[in-house]
Design a protein around this ligand. Sequence first.
Ligand SMILES: [Mn+2]
Length: 354
Amino acid sequence: MAEEQDPIIPQKCCGSTVVQGLLDWVRGKGRILIVTHDNPDPDSLAAAVALRHLFLMGSGEEAVVAFGGVIGRSENRLLVDALDLNLVPICDLDFDRFALFCMVDTQPGTGNNSFPAERPLHLLIDHHPPRRDYSDIYWVDVRENYGASATILFEYLRTMGFYLGTRLATCLFYAIKSETQDLGREWSKADREAYLHLLPLSNNQILYQLTHPQVEGDYFCAFHRAIDNARVFGRVLVFNLYQVDNPDLVAELADFLLRKNGVDYVLGLGWYRGDEVLSVRTTDRQARLGAVIHDILDGMGTAGGHGMMAGGQIRNFSESKSAQQELEHLLVQRYIDRLGLQTEPGVPLLDRCD
Ligand SMILES: [Mn+2]
């Protein structure tokens, strides 16, 4: 299929003629699968359902949205339920029953999605730094300077003049809001425009629920554990949740603990169903954490992300707490070295409490 036309490069994007070209190309090809990253966040979910909407409106084709891992965070589960996103777990799918494969908010070979690497991909829309040359993929739109993949999809829908229902608008708005922390982190002018356009179209009551979700008691236990074992090495804070029931907690606690004054970098760890899960955060806009975590996990696992937030995983890591602790010590040292910071003795976060 791809040999018929040159791959469309991001620079050409994305006036209505170009998007129409995609919609015409998709029409009649067969069943479409849209894949998010594992343990999808609101940005990945919103981009996927917006792409499904684009295909339906523009070419009459219905697509299936599939995710790997779990939707763990209460906000994300609520997003799926309240907005009726209609997703399927990727493990339930027979890939042979699809003709076209799309990926949003992640890229092939990054280790954070469950799309088989050997399968051809036809469409890739993302805002993480490109991993390789994607000239084998028909449609590639990777905008590294964008704060959210949802913004790219918003632009497609807007340029086509397609109707955005309240649910989709709320979903896209919440994605941009949460991914950029209300335009406070890694946002671009395009994200701001999308945010302002979508706000009046969104359902305030659902947005309120999404930002104030009901949570289980375990949620507070995780906060307790992270705060209790967090240690501060100068400008670096490290915490370890050990075994978690929800891998998203590591990222959430990393965001939360980055608020500690004097701390500019956070490294969070957790162990989820056989994998060690890592999250890094910084207040430093120049930090390029995606590359940092890639380097510190070199030879051990996979990683990726943005400048100020990134994550990684080590597959099939030991269940033993002491092995996880040992790994933490190793990674803290690598993190501090890679950031070019001075090694300082670790002080428990709570040591500073009265
Ligand atoms: Mn994203």
